[in-house]
Design a protein around this ligand. Structure first.
Ligand code: SAH
Ligand code: SF4
Ligand code: F3S
Length: 438
């Protein structure tokens, strides 16, 4: 059989890290089976894929205007595919609204990319699962760090969130498959691995087959035994499942990066109850304190939603109080956005006026900026150990400290893939600058 002619793929990825990993799988599968290579020039592409996110309404609106633009500017013969979470939740409706779309592939069906790519009108959005659908061609995007999915879907019922509807029930990928994949990554030179799932620390609740009890903490231990892996990260964990055993492993396992995402969402116990998050303001603060006490250099990041329906000024002040007590190193802030297939839609009559939502968002952002400046300036003059993983266009080399603070230095690609001591000379709110200590 003659080798297929090389074709060009343009892919745009929205949403979370799971979508990033899914896009890497799409690229790898299309390269291996269909001889596609990636281009950053949409007008030159033979295939245009948008890997979509549904978590808030804005990106969904943007999707339709964007694919309309793509359709006008693309090569005549080029195909358009819509993948990911919006594909899962809108399915065939995407083609009704945009008939020039060639195929629609849901977030849980990425392994079918090579089958749908040449099938005009294909819509694959069912949420069946078997473990073989999680074996992909090797991705190979970054030479030093990569990520591995450990579970798919989400069993939580956070009342604002569309993800369980787009990604389906939570199923853990068998640990031996994960360890094997991590080993494969280590063998190609990867030193840092991120374990991905919507709720990583409930890992092991349900496998596709019957097996012995096995927890996320055990998975962390097993992955840290993979030879070649020097740094382990994971996202997102749920504050509710941060039990003592997990916190102890996080604190004492030297391979685990000392940066943890603790998605607070709200600091008010009554709003947390309405969101069905399963923890209280005090419970969250207790865990954050325990982590800070056990891991002095820990960086804690979070997600916050303001203006959830019914959020009073007093409730919002509880959020501000938690931000002041924990002093998060990074906050991803969102204004509540009503989503289809979510329980919070029933609270429509308690929705918060947009101006109040925007003002609360600004207040969170400003307070956080102040904390960030204090926290980052405290690094100036200190020496930190950095794993360098990328070269920047301006000649700087970039990497991350053990607690996952980004650092830039002047240097060459000799630094790449190495752990190097750096003296911090300057700080912005989001990154450090420094000099290599020789
Ligand atoms: N599983 C992850 C979150 C995935 S969604 C976790 O629990 O941490 C990423 C973030 O988007 C959420 O943490 C939440 O802060 C935000 N988000 C989800 N649904 C939203 C909505 N309807 N409106 C605004 N923000 C939302
Ligand atoms: Fe959404 Fe909650 Fe699941 Fe996160 S844990 S994906 S916020 S339902
Ligand atoms: Fe978005 Fe889907 Fe991730 S809705 S946040 S891409 S799980």
């Amino acid at each position: 059989m003659s080798k297929q002619e090389e074709k060009k793929l343009f892919i745009e990825t929205l949403g979370c890290q799971m979508n990033d990993t899914d896009s890497q799988h799409i690229i790898a599968e299309l390269k291996e089976h269909k001889n596609y290579s990636v281009t950053s020039d949409m007008e030159d592409a033979d295939l245009i894929i948008i890997n979509t996110c549904s978590v808030r309404e804005k990106p969904v609106q943007k999707l339709f205007s964007e694919i309309g633009q793509f359709n006008k500017k693309k090569k005549n013969s080029a195909k358009i595919g819509v993948c990911g979470c919006t594909a899962s939740h809108l399915g065939e409706d995407i083609m009704k609204r945009a008939p020039y779309v060639d195929f629609v592939l849901g977030a849980r069906n990425i392994s079918k990319i090579k089958d749908v790519v040449d099938t005009k009108g294909a819509v694959e959005i069912d949420i069946d699962y078997d473990d073989s659908t999680y074996q992909f061609a090797a991705s190979g995007m970054n030479m030093y760090k990569s990520s591995v999915n450990i579970s798919i879907g989400c069993d939580k019922e956070c009342t604002y969130c569309i993800v369980p509807a787009t990604r389906g029930d939570e199923i853990s990928i068998p640990p031996e498959m994960i360890v094997q994949q991590v080993q494969k990554e280590a063998d190609r030179g990867i030193r840092e691995i991120t374990l991905l799932g919507q709720n990583v620390n409930s890992y092991g609740r349900r496998f596709s087959d019957k097996r012995e009890k096995y927890s996320f903490t055990q998975l962390l231990r097993d992955v840290s035994e993979v030879e070649g892996i020097e740094r382990i990260r994971f996202t997102s964990p749920h504050p509710l499942h941060m039990d003592d055993e997990f916190i102890e492993e996080f604190a004492k396992n030297p391979k685990i990066s000392k940066c943890i995402h603790m998605p607070l969402q709200s600091g008010s116990t009554s709003v947390l109850r309405a969101m069905k998050r399963g923890y209280s303001k005090e419970g969250f603060l207790k865990r954050a304190k325990k982590i800070r006490d056990m891991v002095p250099n820990v960086r804690i990041t979070t997600d916050i939603i303001v203006a959830f329906p019914g959020e009073t000024q007093e409730n919002f002040e509880d959020t501000i109080d938690v931000i002041n007590q924990v002093k998060f190193d990074q906050i991803f802030n969102f204004k509540y956005s009503p989503r289809p297939n979510t329980a919070a839609l029933e609270l429509a009559d308690q929705e918060i006026p947009d101006e109040i939502g925007s003002a609360r968002l600004t207040e969170v952002i400003e307070l956080h900026k102040k904390h960030q400046s204090e926290l980052m300036n405290a690094y100036i003059g200190k020496t930190v150990n950095v794993f360098f993983d990328s070269l920047k266009a301006n000649g700087e080399v970039a990497g991350f400290t053990d607690n996952y603070c980004q650092v830039f230095v002047k240097g060459s690609d000799d630094l790449l893939g190495k752990f190097v001591d750096v003296k911090v000379t300057d700080a912005t709110r989001t990154a450090l600058k420094g000099e290599v200590v020789s």
